[in-house]
Design a binder for this molecule. Structure first.
Ligand code: ZN
Length: 407
């Protein structure tokens, strides 16, 4: 088993090269946290938000600090910035579909984008063997987007890298894979699933990177059944696009701990949870200078393990990652995760969108011919109001698969 490359990268970025251990990394992170607390006094928002905060004596002291919410990011905007405009290389405005008010905007320096690029380049070495070729099924037209960074950094490790976006039909995608002889494909789980099941018996793909906040186990099993090994990547704009990636052991995403510190809290009480317990993922950045985030409530759920991994790595791993998104119903909470687990277990179903209306669940789906509306039975006795096959997604569909509430 190959040791995670995230450890090698973390050792280099923290300058703890020969002595990377849990203890030395904890001490380095505490030092960086206190440096970040000093740095954010340059931001009008943080000056107000963190009034009276003394230097932290331990990582556990972090729990004394207030949370940063999505609402703060939206309403405070540039007040969170800690550098002058001339030092900002890029501001990413986040997709605000389904929400009202100001957009979330996150600023980065060129050094911060470089750190993400480095994480992508080194993190991908968990999946790739020498000279393997990579196809990226993500948009890459915006400079420093995930697709653009991957395209520019992977050739430095000797991996020819190609972009294909939008994915089009699974047949078109499979033809592009064959034409490029791609051994590894990076994309959204549902695109990778439809691709895997469309490729012929003899194909060049060995590994895929699932780039998502949640990859249903049933979906992963279907890709693996095609003879392809799946690796999960956890990341969001707030983590600096990259966040963590699985190793050969596939038991949690090794976090890029030179850049982010993750806590898990009880979403009801805000109290930090013990290792192994599932709760809300809270993010603190450690080296970001443009717009550091301190105890940011991500809305994602997961659990942490700080035990050494079977691969030999000591970086913290994030497990059981999912998003607590869905609708309250008289029958209980209906989550998009439940629907994912249920529907991706249907052989031939590639992707779907769901909306809950007073009359029941409305579905649109992409599937092979053998799937018909009679295959869909929503959970908890919720009636199926409609199930319509679509040939592809239009602009009105959200990029992310969420359960929309139309009631
Ligand atoms: Zn590992």
């Amino acid at each position: 088993m190959k040791r995670t490359t995230v450890d090698t990268l973390t050792a280099r970025q923290t300058a703890l090269a020969e002595s990377l251990s849990r203890e030395s990394l904890d001490a380095w992170q505490l030092d960086r946290l206190n440096a970040t607390l000093r740095h954010v006094t340059a931001s009008p928002f943080y000056r107000r938000h963190l009034t009276g905060i003394a230097p932290l004596n331990s990582l556990a002291d972090l729990s004394r600090l207030p949370f940063l919410t999505t609402g703060d990011l939206r309403s405070e905007g540039l007040n969170l910035q800690c550098l002058s405009q001339s030092e900002i290389a890029r501001i990413i405005t986040l997709n605000t579909s389904g929400s009202t008010g100001a957009a979330k905007r996150i600023a980065f320096t060129s050094g911060e984008l470089k750190a993400t690029r480095e994480f992508f380049r080194e993190g991908m070495e968990n999946l790739l063997r020498p000279e393997e070729r990579v196809l990226v099924l993500l948009p890459a037209d915006r400079p420093d987007s995930t697709g653009d960074l991957l395209r520019s950094c992977l050739p430095e490790k000797g991996h020819p890298t190609f972009i294909h976006w939008p994915p089009g039909t699974p047949q078109q995608c499979a033809a592009v894979v064959e034409a490029h002889g791609a051994n590894c494909v990076i994309g959204l789980p549902q695109h990778l699933l439809s691709l895997a099941e469309t490729l012929g018996k003899r194909h060049p793909v060995c590994t895929v990177l699932l780039n998502s906040d949640y990859a249903p186990p049933a979906l992963r099993q279907r890709i693996e059944a095609c003879g392809i090994t799946t690796f999960l990547h956890y990341g969001a704009t707030e983590t600096g696009l990259g966040g963590g990636v699985e190793c050969d052991h596939h038991h949690g995403c090794h976090l890029r701990e030179a850049d982010i510190l993750v806590e898990i809290i009880d979403p009801q009480t805000g109290v930090p949870l013990a290792e192994g317990e599932t709760g809300e993922i809270v993010l603190t950045t450690l080296r970001r200078r443009a717009m550091p985030l301190i105890r940011y409530l991500t809305g994602d759920s997961g659990a942490l393990t700080r035990q050494p991994c079977a691969c030999g790595g000591i970086t913290t791993r994030l497990l059981d990652i999912h998003r607590h998104q869905g609708c309250d119903t008289p029958q209980g909470f209906l989550s998009s995760r439940q629907l994912d687990d249920l529907f991706f277990a249907l052989p031939g179903l590639f992707d779907y969108r769901a909306a809950l209306a007073p009359e029941g669940l409305h579905l649109e789906y992409l599937a092979s011919e053998e799937i018909s509306p009679s295959h869909f039975t929503p959970p908890s006795g919720i009636p199926l109001a409609s199930a319509k096959r679509v040939p592809g997604w239009t602009q009105k569909h959200t990029f992310k698969r969420i359960l929309r509430d139309l009631r």
